[in-house]
Design a protein around this ligand. Structure first.
Ligand code: SAH
Length: 390
């Protein structure tokens, strides 16, 4: 294989790299290189010392994403070994489900690649030109090592634009996806729409939180931002009634089918904006024993922070208004731009403003098949707090 072209960092870039962070920002390149997007480059310090190999990005503010800090050949064997590592981790940590994330970008050494498996049907998302170039080889590798029932490319994620990658029609490039496709999540069966569902079909990062919440079900429950009923399905067995609030008609229709599939009758789906629903529920004097708040990321960038914090505060205040004594709040935020400490403080504030004393039962994050690289704080995005009214 030809040697990769070299790129030099500034002194600051070198120090950043030595801190272990797997990205280099464009400002930290010594000079703007004349390279095509997705090329593998050899990264050097200002004095030419070797610092690793990385994918180059021509557009993004993140100019380099490290593939390895070593000088090994980045070839088919390299990626096969990385895949084996990723699979070994899942074999250790994933239990009682046939739906999980097999490859999670940087945390598995595949920058810009996500692969989820739903009962052996793979959903693949490519978010970097470096991976896009290697996609045909990777698909072959997946066929050989994973013997998947099907492979579907979800190249329709908006974030692809940041890297100049085109948004494409969803494509099943291998095998067939059954309709319906059903997976098992602990005691619950869930329908998955790999081709049109949000993300790659399910919010797999919340799996362990859904399972943990299931144990605490009781009385009347509100699942706000319900999607296809993820939390509600786990909570229904122990509840008198579960009300689901969701704005997407398609997601809510799937939630109803999920209820049927699991023989659940105490399901009340409501198509509404959660903010207006909660306001009205307070006005009508409704009460709940458990409330789940799992909103989409309100703070996609730092600029969105003030509005996002306001949104989270309103939701959590409403929840405290609606909870019965000893009621449980499962409150989540998947905004990386709102840190865990900040989110905790926001929930504390919401309780105080509503004159309620609350105690923290659990601080949770993403499921173990979604590991976060400690050197990449951006990967620590999901917060899920279990808070009980005292
Ligand atoms: N709890 C779900 C995942 C929720 S994702 C699970 O575990 O599977 C967030 C959901 O909120 C999405 O389905 C989205 O359609 C919905 N949503 C976003 N904004 C909303 C709003 N203002 N009101 C109601 N639903 C909303």
């Amino acid at each position: 294989m030809p040697l990769p072209p070299a790129i030099r960092l500034t002194g600051k870039g070198r120090r950043w790299r030595l801190s272990g962070h797997p990205w280099i920002y464009r400002d930290d390149l010594a000079a703007e290189p004349d390279l095509a997007a997705g090329e593998l480059v050899r990264v050097e310090s200002p004095r030419g010392e070797f610092l690793g190999q990385a994918f180059y990005s021509a557009l993004s503010r993140i100019a380099l994403r490290f593939v390895t800090f070593d000088s090994e050949a980045v070839d088919d064997n390299f990626w096969a070994a990385r895949l084996d590592n990723a699979l070994a981790l899942r074999a250790r940590v994933v239990r009682d489900t046939d739906a999980c994330r097999l490859i999670y970008g940087e945390a598995d050494g595949f920058p810009g690649l996500v692969v989820d498996s739903y009962a052996g049907h793979l959903a693949v998302q490519v978010l970097h030109p470096g991976m896009e170039r290697r996609l045909p080889d990777l698909i072959n590798l997946f066929k050989v090592r994973l013997a998947p029932a099907s492979i579907t490319l979800r190249q329709d994620a908006e974030v692809r634009r940041l890297e100049g990658l085109p948004l494409e029609e969803v494509q099943t490039v291998w095998g067939n996806v059954p309709d319906p496709l059903v997976v098992q999540e602990g005691p619950v069966r869930c329908l998955v729409d790999i081709r049109a569902g949000q993300k790659t079909g399910l919010f797999l990062d919340q799996r362990e939180n859904r399972l943990a919440a299931g144990f605490l079900a009781r009385g009347e429950i509100l699942d706000a931002f319900a999607y296809q009923g993820g939390f509600a399905l786990h909570l229904a067995a122990g509840a008198k009634k579960v009300t689901l609030v969701e704005s997407s008609a398609a997601a809510l229709a799937m939630a109803q089918e999920n209820a049927r599939l699991n023989g659940i009758a105490n399901f009340e789906p409501v198509r509404a904006n959660v903010f207006s629903f909660l306001k009205k529920a307070v006005q009508e004097g409704r009460r709940y024993d458990v409330i789940v708040l799992d909103p989409p990321a309100f703070a996609k960038s730092r600029r969105d922070r003030p509005a996002a914090l306001k949104g989270y505060l309103e939701l959590n205040r409403r929840a405290f208004q609606l909870l019965r004594p000893q009621g449980l709040l499962v409150t989540c935020s998947c905004s990386y731009n709102v840190r865990e400490e900040e989110f905790l403080d926001l929930v504390r504030q919401a309780a105080a403003l509503e004159g309620r004393q609350a105690r923290l039962l659990e601080r949770r994050g993403a499921a173990r098949d979604h590991p976060a690289l400690l050197s990449l704080p951006e990967s620590l995005y999901l917060k899920c707090l279990f808070v009980e009214i005292f």
